[in-house]
Design a protein around this ligand. Structure first.
Ligand SMILES: [Zn+2]
Length: 276
């Protein structure tokens, strides 16, 4: 391993053994100096699963957990995050009513929370469409997101959300009302202006400035591992690569890097992150 002598953590990555490079991508991450990943469930359709009940998401989660086990063989520490992608609502309403789609997604989240309860996963994943939708779809999506916040609160775990670009200040209010710390609500593909916990793309230009200001954040690649969309992806090595660049350029200090890659994710998700 070409280690950086610090843990290097990717807060949001997908590894797809059916449609992507699979374990080879995880090996690339490891060889570049990466040590820990938060492996996020892919949407059901990417696994050719087309649920009509919430319980069928169990199959999607099992596939994610099998992939997590395979990645661990490479030496990377894997923390699975399970949940229902907010864009599922569009696929589900092709084959059922909006009310039924909402119920299926909530039930899918209930199942994900069971895995958290069994400590097979560390956190939940939810959100709301990041593209324009009809008002009734938006309202249903917010109810699903609220359900996920309640589950995360009751499970004492973090929630990662995929939502529209911007601060999502209303989600901060929802979290506060429900009683979950907004610091445990991770805005995937986040921006520094969010009152939630931002997970910033590794290439985000503001990262050094954010680190100096003491902003609490993590880093992610959002690597999709989908061979049919090669142009759409950032490589699996981007978090270790950019971290190396920031450190070698003296753009961030080693202490700041420890905060980003170890202290913050350890606190947010309630996991242990250290060098092996
Ligand atoms: Zn993603």
């Amino acid at each position: 391993m070409t280690g950086l002598d610090i843990p290097v953590t990717d807060d949001h990555i997908h590894i797809d053994r059916e449609n992507g490079r699979g374990i080879e991508a995880a090996k690339d991450f490891f060889r570049a100096g990466g040590t820990h990943i938060f492996l996020v469930t892919k949407p059901s359709w990417s696994h050719n699963v087309h649920p009509v009940t919430g319980d069928e998401f169990r199959h999607v989660y099992e596939l994610t957990l099998e992939t997590a086990a395979a990645i661990r063989e490479t030496g990377v520490v894997v923390f699975p995050i399970l949940g229902v992608h907010p864009a599922e609502i569009g696929k589900l309403t092709d084959r059922m009513s909006l009310a039924d789609a909402e119920a299926v997604m909530k039930r899918g989240l209930d199942i994900a929370a069971e895995y958290v309860g069994e400590q097979a996963a560390v956190a939940l994943k939810s959100g709301r469409p990041h593209y324009p939708v009809e008002p009734d779809v938006w309202e249903a999506s917010n109810r699903i997101l609220e359900h996920a916040l309640i589950l995360a609160h009751d499970s004492d775990c973090a929630l990662q959300i995929h939502a529209e670009t911007g601060p999502c200040a209303d989600v901060f209010d929802m979290a506060t009302r429900i009683g979950i710390s907004p610091g445990r609500v991770v805005k995937h593909f986040g921006t520094p202006d969010t009152p939630l916990m931002p997970s910033l793309l590794a290439r985000t230009k503001e990262i050094p400035a954010c680190a100096h200001q003491g902003l609490v954040f993590t880093m992610e690649s959002d690597y999709m591992d989908d061979n049919s969309r090669p142009g759409a992806v950032i490589g699996p090595k981007s978090v270790p690569r950019y971290t190396r660049k920031y450190l070698e350029g003296d753009l961030i200090s080693e202490e700041e890097a420890w905060n980003i890659h170890a202290d913050t994710p350890a606190k947010v998700y309630g996991v242990e992150i250290s060098l092996f």
